[in-house]
Write a protein that binds this ligand. Structure first.
Ligand SMILES: NC(=O)c1ccc[n+]([C@@H]2O[C@H](COP(=O)([O-])OP(=O)(O)OC[C@H]3O[C@@H](n4cnc5c(N)ncnc54)[C@H](O)[C@@H]3O)[C@@H](O)[C@H]2O)c1
Length: 264
């Protein structure tokens, strides 16, 4: 367990809830917020992993709470538990939990489709609805939806995932409009190829070079997403609303065709 000394930082006094915070990008976001002084809630289906991370980050200010974001009763219970356990309701919500099914469109089952939509889209709606009311009441809040480059472009064997992630941007814009003039902003982050457990197979495959396909020439790391989330969650971003910050090393902005790029 790390030091229990309260950290001073730009999120001191803020309560931040990160869904899917036990792994990958979510874990990096939890780490960043904790280092910047927030009280952090690692809200995850995998409570063992959430508790392990909470212990590592400093269990007095970092809480692990089990939730299934596809179950609205579980999400309501999370919101109530946060308010009780953290000295007040959440100021910051990062809708990060997500899963991806990779298989051809014609092989997607009803269950595959339902799973992609319920975790990657409906869960974000349930959490937004459950946490936004207290933010509006208090006149300040930050909601950040983790979308994807698949929100913008078709990706092979990911039709349901692409649909859900595109929907996350619609939810972002619609929620930002409905929460207007309240001090609560709603934005999205669209990550590119981030080296997390979700991508372990591609990262370890020597025939796959997702890092080399970017304009930066490397895989993204969880901390790249965490730094973007920390910006959008801060007071510095008070004029940024209803929009999407793409953190993909430039992948969607510039696509080279064969022959256009020559080794130098
Ligand atoms: N890794 C990438 O390259 C990449 C790219 C674009 C977008 N994203 C998005 O970023 C987010 C984080 O991805 P990651 O790569 O860190 O994934 P990850 O697999 O490392 O972590 C996902 C976390 O979500 C949790 N989770 C899954 N279902 C849940 C549920 N029903 N309720 C609560 N928690 C649940 C898991 O237990 C896990 O801890 C996801 O929304 C993903 O779609 C990732």
């Amino acid at each position: 367990m790390s030091s229990s000394k309260p950290a001073a930082g730009k999120f001191t006094g803020r309560v931040a809830v990160v869904t899917g915070g036990a792994s990958g990008a979510g874990a990096a976001i939890c780490r960043e917020f904790a280092e910047q002084g927030a009280v952090v809630v690692i809200a995850d289906l995998n409570i063992a992993a959430a508790e392990k991370l909470a212990d590592e980050l400093g269990a007095d200010r970092v809480h692990a709470i089990a939730v299934d974001i596809t179950d609205s009763a579980s999400v309501s219970a999370l919101a109530a538990q946060v308010a009780k356990q953290c000295g007040g309701p959440a100021d910051i919500l990062v809708n990060n939990a997500g899963v991806r099914i990779v298989k051809p469109l014609l092989e997607h089952t009803d269950e595959d489709w339902a799973k992609m939509i319920s975790i990657n889209l409906t869960g974000h709606f349930y959490c937004t609805r459950a946490f936004a009311a207290a933010m509006v009441e208090r006149g300040w809040g930050r909601i950040i939806n983790i979308a994807s480059i698949a929100s913008f472009v078709g990706r092979p064997d990911r039709a349901a995932y692409c649909a859900a992630k595109a929907g996350a941007l619609g939810l972002t814009r619609g929620a930002a409009v409905d929460l207007r003039h309240s001090g609560v902003t709603v934005n999205a982050i669209a990550p590119g190829s981030i080296a997390t457990p979700l991508n372990a197979e591609a990262k370890n495959d020597e025939n796959v070079d997702w890092g080399g396909e970017t304009l930066v020439g490397r895989w993204g790391q969880g901390r790249d997403i965490a730094k973007a989330a920390a910006y959008l969650a801060s007071d510095d971003a008070s004029y940024v609303n209803g929009t999407t910050l793409t953190v993909d090393g430039g992948w969607v902005s510039a696509k080279a065709r064969g022959g256009e790029i020559h080794a130098s």
